[in-house]
Design a protein around this ligand. Structure first.
Ligand SMILES: Cc1cc2nc3c(=O)[nH]c(=O)nc-3n(C[C@H](O)[C@H](O)[C@H](O)COP(=O)(O)OP(=O)(O)OC[C@H]3O[C@@H](n4cnc5c(N)ncnc54)[C@H](O)[C@@H]3O)c2cc1C
Length: 390
């Protein structure tokens, strides 16, 4: 029986030393003051070009990141494989705005798609569209395309070509490719091209996956529109559900610029919207493929229940559960133990490039009501359980 409280299975992949390190780490980032300090200190160090690898690498980086390169990640891929969990390698260098840096990110993403080709331990490839152009170009093309200058139009066209090249490469390699969802100001342009790519490459099965942030109250109508379009044009949309990572910034921006808040009114409304999306896709699973990215236990139980209710195999290839490396192992490893398809997002990049990602993870794990309380509690229980057994 599926039970996310089965800690023996949850932490079967962790040695005693790893458990203790994780415990100390989560205890440290539990304090909002400490996370604020870490954020300030790491931003300052980056500005001053001060080396911080010695502090970050054995702690946050070790917990949440697979390595600096694709090849570094082989170790974690092999390790996850032993527990029936696949990896999704995510090149996580963010915030690069120079032309050379953006080009390098694009080329690395191509390499990650090639790396996934024919590898049964890699479930998907993934990319963040904003990393293959400048933020200002994507935002303007998305929100005010009529205001683009000739030079900006050319830059946006270059972005579109890169986006299309990634999708083409994924199709040729038979690798499923996830288009991550990002800030509201970028998303219309991302959605439009993702829809286009799904129509082009998902004729026989889902290769390109759109990400829907269900904290947005307009996502159910969007999902229904995708469904109608797929039925009319004959393709299989890949849908990745997440709740959404940028709530505070989105609310603040909407207030600042005076447009309606795009986010659901409260957490309960987001949860309801998220689960409604999952139910909709599962009710039409002959048309869709589903990637469910969440650390929410209730949503994970819901999908497992729907798989059973519909009489599908636990390892039906159209359906994957996903969590981030270093988080909610109790969900991932227990699902995998019961034969469901599970993948861990495994970020990789140099320490200095992955700092924004790590700060997001630390912040997400800060509130007492949130993830840290749960992670800490489980880690402490498992350490006690092993002590008694010895
Ligand atoms: C595999 C994977 C891939 C991901 N990819 C992306 C991605 O491409 N794009 C992206 O944006 N995020 C992504 N995320 C992060 C995700 O959006 C969430 O921020 C994170 O997973 C926490 O949500 P949850 O469902 O796990 O858990 P929960 O703890 O149940 O939910 C927390 C989330 O609920 C929402 N929420 C909280 N309070 C409120 C409130 N007052 N009102 C309305 N909503 C509220 C927020 O979205 C918050 O992040 C990914 C997560 C995973 C596991």
């Amino acid at each position: 029986m599926l039970d996310f409280n089965n800690l023996e299975v949850a932490f079967s992949s962790k040695s005693q030393g790893e458990l203790r390190n994780a415990y100390v780490l989560f205890k440290t980032i539990k304090s909002p003051g400490m996370v604020k300090f870490l954020k300030g200190a790491s931003n300052l160090a980056l500005k001053l070009n001060f080396p911080i690898g010695w502090a970050v690498k054995p702690t946050l980086y070790k917990q949440f990141v697979g390595g600096e390169t694709l090849e570094d990640c082989n170790k974690i891929i092999e390790h996850l494989k032993k527990f029936n969990v696949k990896a999704t390698l995510d090149f996580s260098a963010e915030g690069e705005q120079s032309a050379e840096g953006i080009k390098a990110t694009f080329e690395e993403t191509i390499r990650s798609i090639d790396f996934a080709k024919g590898n049964p331990n890699l479930a998907y490839a993934v990319f963040k569209p904003s990393t293959i152009t400048k933020d200002e170009i994507l935002a303007k093309a998305s929100e005010h395309p009529e205001q683009l200058t000739a030079e900006e139009k050319a830059q946006f066209e270059e972005y579109r070509e890169r986006f299309a090249a990634l999708c083409k490469r994924a199709y040729e390699n038979d690798v499923r490719l996830i288009v991550d969802a990002e800030d509201y100001c970028f998303q219309d342009a991302i959605d439009a091209q993702t829809d286009e790519m799904m129509r082009l490459y998902n004729k026989k099965r889902a290769i390109i996956f759109a990400t829907l942030q269900m904290y947005r109250h307009d996502r159910m109508p969007y999902l229904e529109k995708i469904y109608a379009d797929a039925k009319e044009k004959g393709y299989y949309p890949g849908i990745k559900f997440v709740r959404g990572a940028y709530m505070e910034e989105e609310r603040a921006r909407a207030t600042r610029l005076g447009y309606p808040d795009p986010i659901c009114k409260d957490k309960a409304a987001t949860d309801e919207n998220y689960n409604a999306g999952v139910r909709f896709v599962m009710d039409h699973i002959d048309t869709f493929e589903l990637f469910m990215g969440t650390h929410n236990e209730e949503s994970n139980y819901l999908l497992a229940k729907l798989i059973d209710e519909k009489g599908l195999e636990h390892n039906d290839q159209r359906i994957h559960f996903a969590q981030l490396l270093g988080m909610s192992d109790n969900i991932s490893f227990n699902l995998a133990h019961q034969g469901y398809n599970v993948t861990k997002y495994v970020p990789y990049a140099k320490v200095k490039d992955v700092i924004p990602y790590l700060i997001r993870r630390a912040e997400e794990n800060t509130s007492v009501a949130g993830q840290t309380g749960r992670e800490l509690n489980m880690l402490s229980q498992e350490l006690k359980r092993r002590k008694v057994q010895r």
